[in-house]
Design a protein around this ligand. Structure first.
Ligand code: COA
Length: 260
């Protein structure tokens, strides 16, 4: 995979996507969003890839938001289409992947940057990270799912305050409010992400995909998450991973999941 705005590494089932526009604090322009879609899509299609880590290059930013220079002159229709397309090809797309995505937030995660981290399945952060949705300071609101995912993660009151004030919170506060799961030093951030990925990779990738779908269904309009869970649970019984997992347990050995 050859890209201009992102780097993709993939070895032993673990892929790392690094957004690589450090001079623009990794701001998400149209080209970067399209490249991210393409990278996530091919990694998710690849049965060998078990976990994807998303991070930003440089020491300053994960992603400092959508690229303001690209949309400053947009009309109402263009603004609506920017949000719709972005949600479709990147933010909803990432949230609904069957391959787990961990956001390793290595600095500023603002606007679309925090929205990308929130669309990931969970987040860890370096202790210098700063997170916020500053859109109202530009006269706009979050458009890549931020008004929906932030309250899911931190509760309505905290989300209201963060969005209305356009303020940033520290990594430590983000951990306290449930926005990130772990905080570590910048040097140790990718190591920690890889360590957690290693624990995930020992388990059945088919069951993990089913769990992601069932959990996400809790937050979808008109979908009963309990019904989804029953369906996904039942389907697991038809997989080779389930046969291997239960047989290995009964034979007192470690499972070797075929991922099918
Ligand atoms: N879109 C486009 N360019 C951006 C950007 C964004 N969201 N965020 C940063 N950049 C660019 C800056 O314009 C600057 O480019 P330049 O060197 O060509 O002038 C470069 O990245 C470095 O940013 P700078 O503002 O000089 O760094 P700083 O350390 O002084 O401030 C931030 C860092 C993150 C506080 C500041 O860049 C910022 O507020 N960015 C916008 C955040 C935002 O509102 N995001 C939501 C967008 S919807």
């Amino acid at each position: 995979m050859n890209f201009e705005n992102i780097l993709v590494e993939n070895s032993n089932g673990l892929a790392t996507i690094t957004i690589n526009r450090p001079k623009k604090l990794n701001a998400l322009n149209k080209a970067t969003i399209e490249e991210l879609h393409s990278a996530f899509n091919s990694l998710d299609q690849d049965n060998e890839t078990k976990v994807i880590i998303i991070t930003g290059s440089g020491e300053k930013a994960f992603v400092a938001g959508a690229d303001i220079s690209e949309f400053a002159h947009f009309s109402i229709e263009e603004g609506g289409s920017l949000a719709q397309k972005g949600q479709e090809i990147l933010f909803d797309f990432v949230e609904n992947l069957s391959t787990p995505v961990i956001a390793a937030v290595n600095g500023f995660a603002l606007g679309g940057g925090l929205e990308l981290a929130m669309a990931s399945h969970f987040r860890i952060a370096s202790d210098n990270a700063k997170m916020g949705l500053p859109e109202v300071s530009l006269g706009v609101i979050p458009g890549y799912g931020g008004t929906q995912r932030l309250p899911q993660l931190v509760g309505k009151g905290k989300a209201m305050e963060m969005i209305m004030t356009a303020g940033m919170i520290s990594a430590e506060e983000a951990k306290q409010v449930g926005l990130v799961n772990h905080v570590t030093s910048q040097e140790e951030l990718l190591g920690l992400a890889e360590k957690i990925a290693g624990k995930i990779m020992k388990n059945s990738s088919v069951a993990i995909g089913a769990a992601i779908r069932a959990i996400n269904d809790n937050f979808k309009d008109g979908v009963n998450g309990y019904t989804s869970e029953i369906k996904e649970f039942g389907n697991c019984f038809g997989t080779e991973d389930f046969k291997e997992g239960t047989t290995a347990f009964l034979e007192k050995r470690k499972p070797q999941f075929p991922g099918k």
